[in-house]
Design a protein. Structure first.
Length: 615
């Protein structure tokens, strides 16, 4: 059994395609969540026993239409074939995961006054691992893919449950109850936890997002959960535009957006497998790195697919960040190792050491430079797959681009969440609580130094919230500031807030909640705290740069690089040919003297301090 379309509206019509050896059958419908609730059973339908099709072609089984009542709430549903004569215990919950006689579908409400959170089922990834008909993105022996790409139909059994497995022999030793390839393994733990917490969400599938990118406009937060591996360009574009407009995304997932696919109107998916360069497929990093959207990539992470894996969890950075609010964490603490939180597949980023000694995004691999790296897990040499070799890691973090993008960096977050890890649960609650509000940009700290927003310990600074509308009567602004591992403290302010940078190593995070009668907005920014000595070094280096440019007009940053305009660091720079390209007049020499005097005054106290401390 399989649906023609995986999504239906309340009051709409669901079309199921069924093959059964029974002459007559019924379909029982269940809503899936903390409890699997029976909502009805169809009248008897005539059964047809038909052969399976091929994995790349619509199986063409006969359709049967079912009316979905207006009263059915939005959610994830399970359709189960049952005998026509007797309905055995309709209140008994059926097994959600099975190889036949089941199919998943989504009842999707119209966005509006309902939940502000949209949960996206990874429909494309389910089908990439669905081997019904003898083929998948990983098993193509029984059919011949095209010369450039593999095509799979979604109009066949499978899609989260009810289909043949690509890796039936692969057992997850940390959750043997369900196979890794479907809904019950990746999504059901999260759905149960959300319902237990009283968090209301609407649902959609990849196909909905691909067909109608505007559906995101009715929500504040999009959830990607578990193993969300296959993304089309339209899906990515929709999400990135959503964030740029103030929407938020939480990736409680790993190996996210690794493969690039194309989705046809009928749901057929095309992907270049194995990875070769092609406009319709391949791995995303080859054309447009996925970490520009997610902040992380499997290319810097790794996988451990078989058997028990190393006990790896996250090591905390910046325990005072809002993601860790109320958890009492400090830099260097670890969590999740005992439960093997990191894996079975995880995503990371290229990292280097910042001025505070903490790891930060290098920004050389597509990851945004302003990604707040809040947790790092180094993957040892024993990992079964480490695309980046010795640099392999998993990263938990967030960045702000008007809206906020949070990433947990690992597929197993939902499993450990439902198992009750207090830190994983606390982080999840903090993310949901903050990101259910529309995003707004926070600018600062000001005054800028050398064209950059820098936070210097002990210095007064100002932050601004960049509203895209006039301030309404009765608007309230709630500012907080946190440095290093310090808990956030409130700061008075309105459109701006003024404070003094704490003398605390690590990062400084400032948040604002803007609230009026119509809406709530949430914004934040994180910057490293520079010591006074580090700030002086920045001043000296930037001053030297200005001095060089003033002394040698040919080195103007707006001039075209070429013979006679090579930077000092270029080994081909020649003091006669390049240095004397333009004569230095009296005004230029005067500027040199002024800047040199400024540098001397900046450096002098630190030279004296160093000499006094010398033995």
């Amino acid at each position: 059994m399989y649906p023609r379309e995986p999504t239906v509206r309340p009051g709409g019509r669901l079309v199921l395609h069924v093959s059964t050896a029974e002459s007559h059958y019924r379909v029982a419908f269940f809503r899936v969540g903390l409890q699997t609730v029976h909502l009805g059973t169809s009248p008897p339908c005539h059964g047809y026993d038909l052969s399976p099709g091929l994995p790349d072609q619509d199986w063409g089984w006969p359709p049967e239409e079912f009316d979905i009542p207006d009263s059915w709430p939005g959610g994830v549903y399970l359709a189960v074939i049952t005998a026509a004569a007797v309905i055995d215990s309709p209140d008994a919950a059926p097994a959600i995961d099975a190889r036949s006689g089941r199919t998943l579908f989504v009842v999707r409400r119209q966005a509006g006054d309902g939940p502000r959170i949209l949960y996206k089922l990874s429909w494309a990834t389910y089908h990439a691992y669905n081997a019904s008909g003898g083929g998948s993105m990983y098993h193509t022996a029984s059919f011949v893919p095209t010369a450039t790409a593999t095509v799979l139909t979604t109009r066949r059994p499978g899609g989260g449950t009810g289909g043949q497995l690509s890796f039936p022999e692969a057992i997850d030793v940390y959750d043997e109850s369900t196979p890794r390839e479907g809904f019950a393994h990746w999504d059901l733990p999260m759905l149960r936890w959300l319902e237990r917490e009283g968090v209301a969400v609407d649902f959609c599938t990849d196909l909905d997002l691909h067909r109608d990118p505007d559906l995101l406009s009715g929500y504040r937060l999009l959830l990607s959960v578990g193993h969300d591996e296959y993304w089309s360009p339209r899906m990515r574009q929709a999400v990135q535009q959503f964030v740029a407009a103030g929407g938020n995304v939480a990736f409680f997932s790993g190996n996210t957006s690794w493969w690039r696919i194309d989705l046809a109107d009928n749901g057929d998916m095309t992907c270049v497998h194995p990875p070769v360069s092609h406009p319709k497929g391949g791995q995303w990093w080859r054309s447009a790195p996925e970490n520009a959207m997610t902040g992380v990539s499997y290319r810097r992470g790794g996988g451990w697919w078989d058997g028990p894996r190393d006990p790896v969890g996250y090591t905390v950075q910046h325990g005072g960040h809002w993601v860790y609010e109320g958890l009492g964490l400090r830099t260097g603490d670890t969590f999740g190792a005992e439960e093997r939180l990191v894996g079975y597949e995880c995503d990371g980023a290229t990292l280097d050491r910042g001025p505070d000694g903490q790891l930060r995004a290098a920004g050389t691999d597509g990851t945004p430079l302003d990604l707040a790296v809040l947790g790092v897990a180094q993957l040892g040499e024993g990992w079964q797959d480490r695309p980046a070799g010795a640099e392999a890691n998993a990263v938990l973090g967030a960045y702000s681009a008007i809206g906020t993008v949070f990433t947990c960096g690992t597929t197993d977050w939902p499993r450990v969440l439902e198992q009750g890890n207090s830190v994983v649960a606390g982080v999840t609650r903090n993310v949901l609580r903050r990101l259910v509000n529309r995003g707004v940009r926070v600018l600062g700290p000001f005054p800028a130094r050398h064209g950059r927003c820098l936070a210097v310990a002990g210095h007064p600074v100002t932050f601004h919230v960049a509203l895209d509308r006039p301030v309404r009567d009765g608007t309230r602004f709630w500012w907080t500031i946190s440095a290093g591992d310090r808990p956030a403290e409130p700061v008075e302010g309105g459109l701006s807030c003024a404070t003094t940078v704490p003398d605390e190593p690590g990062s400084l995070t400032v948040t604002v909640l803007v609230e009026d009668e119509e809406e709530r907005l949430f914004g934040w920014t994180s910057v490293p705290v520079l010591s006074r000595r580090q700030a002086a070094q920045v001043d000296v280096l930037c001053g030297l740069r200005d001095l060089v440019i003033a002394a040698v007009p040919a080195l103007s940053p707006t001039a075209e690089v070429g013979v006679g305009n090579r930077p000092f660091g270029d080994p081909r720079w020649d003091p006669v040919r390049d240095g004397l390209r333009k004569p230095m007049g009296a005004d230029t020499l005067r500027k040199v003297l002024v800047r040199a005097d400024q540098l001397a005054r900046i450096a002098a106290p630190f030279v004296q301090e160093t000499e006094e401390k010398a033995p």
